[in-house]
Design a protein around this ligand. Structure first.
Ligand SMILES: [Zn+2]
Length: 247
C-alpha cells in the first residue's frame, strides 16, 4: 500500500495546508500519516484554556478530530514547544524525525515550505528544514547508525514536496515561495471536508472566517513544489504526487 507522510508544525496546519490532499489520497487508498511537531500551546487564541498544558490537551483533541475527518491513518502530535522550533537542538530533532521516517517508510513526504508557508511563521520554516533533512538522512547508513542497530533499516522516500501557493498575504511578513510544480485538484466535497476539518480546531474559532476566505480564494487546487526525488529528473508540472512512484 502506498504511504504518504506529512510533517506540520501546529494543530490546524494539517487541515489548512494539506487537508484536501490528505483526504484525496486517503480516498484513493493511500495510507496517510501526519506528524505535527508542537501541540500549539503558544497560540494567541486559547479557547478558554487556563494554561499552556490545558491548551495543548484541547488542541491535541482537535487535531485528532480533524485527522479523522481527513481519513488520516495515524495522526501524531509531538511535544516540541510552539514558537520555539528555531531554538531546538537540530541534531536531536532531525534524529527523532529520521527515526519516524524509518519506521513509517513513506513513499512520499510533504511538508511546509522553507519560507514558512504564506504566514511566514518561523516554526513552519523549521519543520520544512527538519523534515527535509529527515527525508535525506533516513536513507543513509552513516546518519544516526544507532537507530539501525535496533531493527530499523534505512529508508529511501521517493519524493519530497513543499506546500506552496500562487499568492501571498500582504498584511504579513514577506515570503519567497517555492514555484509550483504539482497541482492537486480537489473534488468539491474534498474542499468542504477540508474546511470542516479546519473547524474542528474550535480553540482557533476567531480564525475561521479568515481561513475560509483564504481557502475559497485558493479554490479547489492545492499546490506543491517537488523539492527532491530519488530519481533524477527535469521539472514538469505534475498532477499526482505519486506520479512515477514505485511500490
Ligand atoms: Zn502553523
Amino acid at each position: 500500500m502506498p504511504r504518504l507522510l506529512c510533517f506540520t508544525a501546529h494543530p490546524d496546519d494539517e487541515a489548512g495546508g494539506f487537508g484536501g490532499t490528505l483526504l484525496q489520497y486517503a480516498e484513493r487508498g493511500v495510507e496517510t500519516h501526519v506528524i505535527c511537531l508542537t501541540p500549539g500551546q503558544a497560540a494567541t487564541h486559547r479557547g478558554g484554556a487556563r494554561s499552556d498544558d490545558e491548551l495543548s490537551a484541547l488542541r491535541r483533541g482537535e487535531f485528532l478530530d480533524s485527522c479523522k475527518l481527513l481519513k488520516v491513518r495515524s495522526g501524531t502530535v509531538l511535544d516540541y514547544p510552539d514558537g520555539k522550533l528555531d531554538r531546538q537542538n537540530f541534531e536531536s530533532v532531525v534524529a527523532d524525525l529520521t527515526r519516524r521516517v524509518r519506521q513509517l517508510r513513506p513513499h512520499v513526504i510533504m511538508t511546509m515550505g522553507t519560507e514558512g508557508a504564506i504566514t511566514a511563521h518561523p516554526d513552519h520554516s523549521m519543520v520544512a528544514i527538519f523534515a527535509t533533512m529527515a527525508f535525506h538522512w533516513a536513507g543513509r547508513t552513516n546518519r544516526f547508525p544507532d537507530q539501525l542497530e535496533n531493527g530499523l533499516a534505512v529508508h529511501h522516500t521517493q519524493k519530497l514536496y513543499y506546500g506552496t501557493t500562487l499568492f501571498t498575504m500582504p498584511d504579513r511578513q514577506p515570503v519567497a515561495l517555492a514555484p509550483s510544480t504539482a497541482i492537486v485538484e480537489l473534488d468539491p466535497h474534498q474542499l468542504e471536508v477540508k474546511i470542516s476539518a479546519f473547524k474542528c480546531h474550535t480553540t482557533q474559532a476567531p480564525l475561521f472566517p479568515y481561513f475560509e476566505e483564504m481557502v475559497r480564494k485558493r479554490g479547489r487546487l492545492e499546490l506543491f513544489h517537488l523539492a527532491a526525488a530519488s530519481t533524477p529528473r527535469k521539472v514538469e508540472t505534475e498532477r499526482d504526487l505519486f506520479a512515477g512512484v514505485v511500490e
